[in-house]
Design a protein around this ligand. Structure first.
Ligand code: BG6
Length: 504
């Protein structure tokens, strides 16, 4: 069981190890599919402190023994019975306790507070619940006396569906918690290669010295998914790709690529730099919508050689929906570093394959001394692949081998396959890292309020432009690379998506 704190060890919510973890929505999909397996992996890697105790909170009338059985069953399902290490499994199960709480009932929180009385007061509350419940949960925790200056709260997206609704959620959190106690998750920030972006950019002078509009022609950020909306019609149809993916994940990737070097690696130095990028985003006005934006929706097609229904033919579909399942944007960051170097963002559901890549397209030399027919080849491209396999590849030019090839050029990758370079290290799931950092109180992988709100402000403005400009939806079949219009848009500027580059 957790101990009492020693006097000066727990004076702030940040940077201090938390020994009590309370998981709201503990029997929901996110908890069972992602958080419990992540906690198991942390246990297995011996990264959890011996004192850490976990209180699972949900509405079901079960007890701790039943919870442990359910979690064991889940871990067998998601990790696989043969991969589970019995001692790590038992270690995790022993940490778990259960408290039945109807999240809307204030009196249930009194029982929760009582159950936590003997626990360590440095509590991390993780809300794996719909955001509509955040306010009630915070208020009831407060009334029950379960919040103190050591408490932390971890919340999931979506933080609202526009700027106004995100402010409502942020204001509700701010009534009970300081910003230094609030940990907003964007699970992309927990991905290994996303973290590696910081190392790649700021630890390698070779890249950072040329990371600007003098050397970089354009940047491409592509997040293609092969899955559809997976039974989440109610949510997704209200959201679309702009709110579901661009406002959070793609904006975070954009910020990490575009930001200036932080003076230090601490949370606020990094987040201050990201905020400057968000402030520099150029609005996309209504008259620029046609050459800066493509919206698409998938239609009947084929996936893995099987027929697959279009968005409007999915079960439970609203057949009149004009929600975008694909979006491509030309984004301009108006500052010294980036003016003149556009960022093309693209994300879609039900595409050919799942792949997330950031591609830096470098400029060509002004003067080309090789065979003019090969001039198009003479560009370097840095391909940072986040999924499905983590790798970094720099496309470089060399001479075709042989004595009769003259100075014929060829492009080949200098490739770093992260899974192969460090074979004895497992690449952790994003939630493992995020849970660990929340428990440690490190906010640098979490999104600050001003980031969320500036991102919404920009996305709202773009949505208003496309609504008033009556932007139409371009169809694309399931299993394709998206609508033709996305190719046309980027080609209008003499640029190409990576898969269409001649020099590939
Ligand atoms: C979630 C979105 O935030 O991210 C989903 O709500 C999307 O619609 C998912 O499928 C993608 O995450 P990942 O890690 O699979 O790229």
């Amino acid at each position: 069981m957790p101990n009492n704190p020693s006097s000066n060890e727990h004076t702030s919510a940040t940077g201090i190890l938390s020994h009590s973890f309370v998981l709201f929505g503990a029997l929901g999909d996110l908890s069972l599919r992602k958080l419990m397996p992540a906690l198991y992996q942390l246990e297995h890697a011996k990264l959890l402190s011996p004192e850490l105790a976990i209180m699972a909170v949900a509405r079901s009338a079960i007890n701790t023994a039943e919870l442990r059985l359910r979690v064991e069953h889940t871990l067998n399902q998601y990790i696989g019975a043969d991969e589970l290490d019995p001692s790590s499994l038992s270690g995790l199960l022993q940490r778990l306790h259960y408290c039945q709480v109807d999240l809307t009932q204030a009196q249930d929180y009194v029982a929760l507070e009582k159950a936590l009385t003997s626990w360590h007061p440095q509590v991390t509350y993780y809300l794996a619940t719909p955001p509509s419940l955040y306010k009630d949960i915070c208020q009831h925790l407060h009334t029950a006396g379960a919040i103190n200056e050591h408490s932390r709260i971890v919340v999931e997206k979506p933080i609202g569906h526009d700027l106004a609704s995100s402010k409502v959620i942020n204001n509700a959190l701010a009534l009970y918690f300081e910003e230094s106690q609030i940990f907003r998750i964007d699970h992309y920030l927990g991905k290994e290669t996303v973290q590696n972006l910081i190392a790649l950019r700021f630890a390698n002078p070779l890249f950072e010295n040329q990371w600007n509009n003098q050397y970089i022609d354009y940047v491409e950020i592509s997040v293609a998914e092969d899955v559809g909306i997976e039974g989440r019609w109610g949510y997704f149809d209200q959201a679309g790709q702009m709110r579901d993916m661009v406002q959070n994940h793609l904006m975070q990737l954009l910020c990490l690529v575009a930001m200036d070097p932080p003076s230090k690696l601490d949370a606020n130095s990094i987040r201050d730099e990201k905020v400057k990028v968000l402030r520099a985003l150029k609005p996309i006005k209504e008259d620029a919508i046609n050459n800066h934006l493509v919206l698409g929706q998938y239609t009947d097609g084929q996936f893995k050689q099987q027929p697959a229904p279009g968005y409007l033919n999915e079960p439970d579909a609203n057949t009149n929906s004009d929600t975008e399942t694909f979006i491509a944007l030309r984004v301009e960051v108006s500052n010294w570093r980036w003016t003149g170097t556009p960022f093309y963002l693209r994300t879609g559901k039900r595409m050919e394959s799942k792949v997330t890549e950031i591609i830096i397209h470098y400029k060509a030399h002004n003067h080309f001394i090789f065979n003019p027919d090969q001039a198009k080849l003479a560009k370097n491209t840095l391909v940072i692949r986040l999924q499905p396999s983590e790798s970094i590849a720099l496309q470089v030019l060399t001479k075709e081998q042989g004595i009769d090839t003259g100075m014929l050029l060829r492009r080949d990758p200098l490739q770093l396959n992260l899974a192969q370079t460090q074979t004895n290290v497992r690449i952790p799931d994003a939630y493992e890292r995020l849970l660990l950092e929340a428990i440690k109180g490190n906010q640098s992988l979490f999104v600050r309020r001003d980031e969320v709100e500036l991102s919404w402000q920009w996305c709202d403005q773009v949505r208003r432009s496309w609504q008033s400009g009556n932007k139409s939806l371009a169809p694309y079949p399931v299993g394709s690379t998206g609508p033709q219009e996305a190719l046309d848009m980027i080609q209008m500027y003499g640029h190409h998506w990576y898969e269409d580059c001649d020099e590939n």
